[in-house]
Design a protein around this ligand. Structure first.
Ligand code: HEM
Length: 401
């Protein structure tokens, strides 16, 4: 019996490893044709579904996704009966949005993180105060959420879903699926998203204010916040690798450039040349990016118009700058992290060692781990079964009479 279990566990590991290898065999570059991307997604989905069907939910110390532990009541293809076309509607609508606005992927990735980190992936971040909540104590208005992007795009996708299957697919599932598809469209790795999430009826302003990591948090605080959600050091370092893409406002780094923590000096952990590049990029609202383009404020939904923007890629100007690769980690090794919280990964012996591991290959290790971390992130604290509700409009709770 024990032998049989051992063999089964081994088989699961092999299937998973093959799944991951297969998923990495198809590096989806951003310029690839839409059709090729869809084929890739479908292939990978099939691979993962084989993995799921074989599951007997065995945890292994090697870090293979343990389905029993991590599904939290979610199912593979939860909408297969009530809305079988749900996932393809999300995929095609997401692809349409992406064609017009290809940086939306980065906005959605951050949006998912901010939603899932606070009381789980329950779409609480979408709730709007215009629903009779006059005290403004809603997540959406918490300081770290003021620059989130992607809320309108999720509304658009949800509308398409509701046209096909009214009131069936939750906002939380819409966000989880759309983010996965957006990550793939942007050249990131595929990961399986299980469904059946339901939406919260509450919003959590205080928690969002306190517990969304801040750009100037030190490594102790960052590790603490992530460990409270069950992420170990490696997963934390891995998830911060999401900062290899997207944009970042100079507002969040300006204090590192001149008067760091009231010292009257720049942050000593910033590489000297990089400091000058950042100063140049952030000196005024018309600053230019590393690629020579004028930093644009216009694509931001909620951006304060006085702040300049720089691309995360700026920190990659010494390296490839390709999307979803490991330049983030290579830059950290050289003191070229954009946020203080990023560079802090080098301030702790263990996290610095993990940074070095991710920096040491062609990005394969980072991407493989990122798939796993995103599965875990997307399943945090989900509401399933009779908990929560399925909202019609993501901004308002559906009245329960
Ligand atoms: C210590 C943890 C973290 C801190 C302090 C942090 C902070 C920030 C800040 C300040 C920005 C710039 C926002 C703006 O300019 O509007 C940003 C951008 C971003 N963050 Fe994080 N973040 C953290 C972890 C994560 C994680 C875990 C993910 C996803 C897995 C993530 C994904 C992103 C993405 C994709 C962007 C670019 C967004 C865009 O282009 O709109 N971040 N982050």
């Amino acid at each position: 019996m024990a032998k049989l279990m051992k063999r089964k566990t081994k088989t699961l590991i092999v299937i998973f490893v093959i799944s991951v290898i297969l998923s990495l065999k198809f590096p989806s570059e951003i310029e690839e044709e839409e059709r090729a991307k869809r084929e890739k997604l479908e292939k990978e989905e099939k691979t993962f579904s084989v993995f799921l069907q074989r599951d007997s939910a065995t945890s292994t110390p090697g870090g293979v996704i343990s389905l029993a532990d991590e599904l939290h009541g979610l199912e593979y293809d939860f909408y297969r009966q009530n809305c079988p076309q749900a996932e393809s509607i999300v995929r095609s609508t997401m692809a349409r949005i992406y064609m017009q606005q290809n940086d939306i992927s980065f906005g959605l990735l951050r949006l998912l993180f901010h939603d899932c980190f606070i009381k789980g992936c329950d779409a609480s971040v979408f709730l709007d105060d215009s629903n009779g909540n006059k005290n403004h104590s809603i997540e959406r208005q918490a300081a770290p959420n003021k620059t989130l992007r992607g809320i309108n795009e999720i509304d658009m996708i949800k509308e398409e879903l509701d046209n096909a299957c009214p009131g069936v697919v939750s906002c939380a599932d819409t966000l989880a699926l759309a983010t996965r598809d957006a990550v793939v469209l942007a050249g990131g790795p595929f990961y399986p998203v299980f469904t059946g999430r339901r939406d919260s009826t509450q919003s959590y302003f205080d928690e969002a204010m306190d517990e969304i990591p801040k750009p100037n948090d030190n490594i102790t605080r960052t590790l603490f916040l992530f460990s409270r959600r069950g992420f170990d050091e490696r997963e934390t370092v891995n998830l911060l690798g999401a900062h290899n893409v997207g944009k970042i406002s100079c507002d969040f780094i300006r204090n590192r450039l001149t008067n760091f923590s009231g010292t009257g000096q720049p942050d000593a952990s910033v590489d000297h040349d990089f400091l000058n590049e950042l100063r140049l990029a952030c000196q005024d609202s018309n600053s230019t990016n590393h690629d020579g383009t004028v930093a644009s404020m216009k694509s931001r939904e909620t951006r304060n118009s006085s702040s300049a923007m720089i691309f995360q890629g700026l920190s990659a100007s010494i390296l490839s700058g390709a999307r979803f690769d490991n330049h983030y980690y290579q830059n950290l090794l050289g003191g070229r992290g954009l946020l203080f919280a990023d560079q802090q990964l080098m301030a702790d012996e263990n996290t610095a060692r993990i940074v070095a591991v991710y920096a040491s290959d062609d990005g394969t290790t980072f991407r493989r781990d990122f798939s796993r971390s995103m599965v875990k992130m997307s399943n945090l604290g989900v509401l399933t079964g009779t908990l929560g509700q399925v909202r019609n409009k993501c901004s308002f709770p559906t009245s329960q009479s």
